[in-house]
Design a protein around this ligand. Structure first.
Ligand code: SAM
Length: 264
C-alpha cells in the first residue's frame, strides 16, 4: 500500500492483530448496532467491526484514504470525507434504535481532546464511546479526587460519563511508532446525570477557573465567581484545592454561582 503516513493528520496506524482483537472484544459489537468510526485510516479496526456488524459509517479526513477504503470494504461501509469536528453527530444517530450511536476510534492524537468534547456535546445521542488515546490523556480522564493529575478533563468527562480504562497499548502496536503509550478507554454517557448542574456553562466556567489556579485554594481561584461564604454555603471548604473535589461538589458550587447569577 503506497500511502505515506501523514503526521499532520495524526496518522499512526494499528498493525498488531492481538491489540485489534482485544479492542473488538471490548467493543463487543452486535449486529444492528449503529456504529460510527472516527478516522478509519486503512481500516485496521473497520474491517473486523464490519464483519460483525454488517454495516458501519466512518468519518475520514484524509481524502486519499476514503476511496481506498470504499474499494476494499465495499458498500457496507459508508465513508464521510471530512473533519469529525464539522459533523453533526446528533444527525448521524439513527432513529431506528432510539437514535443512539456507538462511537469508536483510534483518534488522531493532535486533535483527540477537541474531537472528544465535540462528541460529548451530543452525549444524549451516544450509547458509548470506545477510544484509543494517549495514555496520559486517559490517566487524566480516570483521575479521581485527590489525584495530582485531576483536572478539567477529569471532571467534565466524569460529569457526563462512566469512564473505564479497558487496557494500555504499547507504542509498538502502531506504524509509525509514536513517542507515547496509548490506552483504550470506554466512556458511557449517563442516561440520567447523577449530579445535574442547573447551568452547564457555569459548571464549565467554575471548573476551568478552579483548575486555572492549580496551586491556589478555591477561595482564591474562584474569587471572581464566589465569596468564601458562598463556597461554604455550597458545602465546600474554601481552603481546599480543586483537585480534591468530587464532581458533585463542583456541581454544588456551580449551582450556588448560578443562583447568585440569577439573583443579581
Ligand atoms: N483507525 C486507523 C488505525 O487504527 O489504524 C487509523 C488511526 S490514525 C491514529 C487517525 C486517523 O484519523 C487517520 O486515518 C487520520 O487521517 C484520521 N483523521 C485525522 N484527523 C481527523 C479528523 N479531524 N476527522 C476525521 N478523521 C481524522
Amino acid at each position: 500500500m503506497s500511502h505515506h503516513p501523514r503526521k499532520r493528520f495524526g496518522q499512526n496506524f494499528l498493525h498488531d492483530p492481538a491489540v485489534i482483537g482485544r479492542m473488538v472484544q471490548a467493543i463487543a459489537p452486535r449486529p444492528g448496532d449503529s456504529v460510527l468510526e472516527i478516522g478509519p485510516g486503512h481500516g485496521a479496526l473497520t474491517e473486523p467491526l464490519l464483519e460483525r456488524l454488517g454495516e458501519l459509517t466512518a468519518i475520514e479526513l484524509d481524502r486519499d484514504l476514503a476511496p481506498r477504503l470504499r474499494e476494499r470494504l465495499g458498500p457496507a461501509l459508508t465513508v464521510i470525507e471530512g473533519d469529525a469536528l464539522d459533523q453533526d453527530i446528533a444527525a448521524l444517530a439513527s432513529p431506528a434504535d432510539g437514535g443512539r450511536l456507538r462511537v469508536v476510534g483510534n483518534l488522531p492524537y493532535n486533535v483527540s481532546t477537541p474531537i472528544l468534547f465535540h462528541l460529548l456535546g451530543a452525549a444524549e445521542h451516544i450509547e458509548d464511546l470506545h477510544l484509543l488515546l494517549q495514555r496520559e490523556v486517559v490517566d487524566r480522564m480516570v483521575a479521581g479526587p485527590g489525584s495530582r493529575i485531576r483536572g478539567r478533563l477529569s471532571v467534565m468527562v466524569q460529569y457526563r460519563c462512566r469512564v473505564e480504562r479497558c487496557f494500555n497499548v504499547p507504542a509498538g502496536a502502531f506504524h509509525p511508532v509514536p513517542k507515547v503509550m496509548s490506552s483504550f478507554v470506554r466512556l458511557t454517557p449517563y442516561r440520567a446525570l447523577p449530579h445535574p448542574a442547573a447551568n452547564e456553562r457555569i459548571l464549565q466556567e467554575i471548573v476551568t477557573a478552579a483548575f486555572g489556579g492549580r496551586r491556589k485554594t478555591l477561595r482564591n481561584s474562584l474569587r471572581r465567581w464566589l465569596t468564601g461564604t458562598a463556597i461554604e454555603s455550597a458545602g465546600v471548604d474554601p481552603g481546599r484545592r480543586a483537585e480534591t473535589l468530587e464532581v458533585a461538589e463542583f456541581v454544588q458550587l456551580a449551582n450556588v454561582a448560578a443562583g447568585e447569577f440569577v439573583a443579581n
